[in-house]
Write a protein that binds this ligand. Sequence first.
Ligand code: GLN
Length: 304
Amino acid sequence: MNYSSIFSSIYSQIDHLSNRGELATYIPELGNVSPNKFGVSLLSISGEEYSFGDFDERFSIQSIAKVLALVLAYASENEKLWKRVGVEPSGTAFNSLVQLEYDMGIPRNPFINAGAIVISDILISQLKNPKADFIAFVRSLSGNNSIDYCERIAKSEKNSGYRNAALVNLMKSFGNIENEVNVVLDFYFNLCSIQMSCSELTQTFLFLANKGINPNNNERILSLSKTKRVNAVMQLCGFYDEAGEFSFKVGLPGKSGVGGGIIAILPNQYCIGVWSPKLNRKGNSYKGMKFLELFTTKTETSIF
Ligand code: GLN
């Protein structure tokens, strides 16, 4: 399929839309990004790559990194991981505190902030040098040693991350955080600060479309069963309280971040990454979602 011409024709359609939404200025550094950036990249499991626009420019992947944290923790923690975090859609905002008290400090899923903070705590207990080991894992997935945390963004979030501090403290009070709260927050803010381009994102996440095997070097990252489960959690929880809307309109498992990025996966076929920094009210990329909706409609692809 000629995805390049599909990309440009869809872009010309959404370019006419007023670029609604807002930058994620609650993390001050994310407010400095140029709002009209737009990039998209698709990588097929057979290695064909199609890209458009600002696909080569790095941005803050934010919550997209939560998937990589889950993958690394799940690979060694196995099913006991699910005692500390659930697999249910939250139906609430990514940074919400409300359910956490009712649920006795067990987050609904690993992709809301509370869940990713628990996964961060698990990784800190598992890894010898948590930050270094984690970025080494991301680099090996992407095949790119220059991928890194962004100190500026991590610091900016640390200085304004009061809600995440509230979440980790609440969970600690329920006994669902083992390590010191500041250590957990530092890991979590660094995790969210990782920068990648659309094309690097597709390299990194392609194994989830390929039964858990990195097609670049044939290395198994996750078992087939765990891969299906991670994709299932993305399908149900990857877009917070807009997961239903994304399933309904796009029909693929995926994950968004407040940097305006989205990755989505069509199992056994491709991984697609899109970036447009302005977010809708649910914290998902406004144009990114529109683009993917038109893309899966035009290419008649869906997991359903
Ligand atoms: N670092 C962001 C936060 O904790 C991640 C949120 C997101 O991308 N949805 O608020």
